[in-house]
Design a protein. Structure first.
Length: 220
């Protein structure tokens, strides 16, 4: 489910560099909370496809750095505490993901660009998973151009798509289609990327699938 858009805030005077860095970092934490709030769209499985072998997230994917590294480069009085908090959160997320998959090796890592505007959450587990499930909706019966949720395949990757409601017969706006998450699974490995609420990746399933393609061999 996509959260409703928030009203634009009035313009404010530029803040000092240190304070601005902290505000940007805190904004990243809020986005991170939204990312974590998006459910892992697969069901943990047990059986021969599960391995307890550990996983290590790559340092970068597709030009995005580990969120902690991007945050540290910006500096500021609160940077260390924010980085420490992010590290602790990722450990907890990996533990929960591993538990959901009956002890399989798991890792959770956020990535961001230098401006902390493009933020994604990578989650990987050493287990096979079913494809994401999206309920069927007869868009034509509801008078819509497309169902509000759908699946889009890009090679070995399956993405969960959200379509802004558009009346049947009307052309959807260029940004009407949003990517919620993309996933690839097979050979005892599942890699999923959950997309943040801002940035260009939000509207480009192919680019998100490419990120998974880059992370896949590093996690295999």
């Amino acid at each position: 489910m996509t959260a409703p858009a928030l009203p634009s805030a009035p313009a404010a005077s530029p803040a000092p560099r240190a304070n601005r860095t902290v505000l940007v970092a805190l904004a990243g934490v809020v986005v991170g909370a939204l990312l974590v709030g998006v459910p892992w769209l697969v069901i943990g499985l047990s059986g021969p496809g599960v391995s307890g072998t550990t996983l290590k997230a790559p340092d970068t994917i597709g030009g995005l750095s580990r969120y902690q590294d991007a945050l540290a480069k910006r500096g500021g009085d609160k940077t260390k505490s924010l980085v420490d908090g992010e590290n602790a959160d990722e450990v907890k997320n990996a533990e929960r993901l591993s538990s959901a998959y009956h002890g399989a090796g798991a890792v959770s890592q956020r990535y961001a660009d230098a401006e902390l505007e493009e933020i994604v959450l990578l989650q990987a587990v050493r287990a096979d998973s079913p494809e994401p499930f999206v309920p069927y909706v007869d868009a034509a019966r509801l008078g819509l151009a497309a169902p509000q949720q759908d699946l889009e395949r890009v090679g070995d990757v399956v993405c969960v798509i959200y379509n802004q409601p558009t009346r049947a017969g009307e052309k959807p706006a260029e940004d009407a289609k949003g990517v919620m998450s993309c996933q690839r699974s097979g050979g005892g490995l599942t890699v999923q990327i959950v997309v943040g609420s801002s940035g260009k990746l939000r509207h480009d399933a192919g680019a998100v699938a490419a990120l998974i393609g880059q992370a896949w061999p590093k996690l295999s």
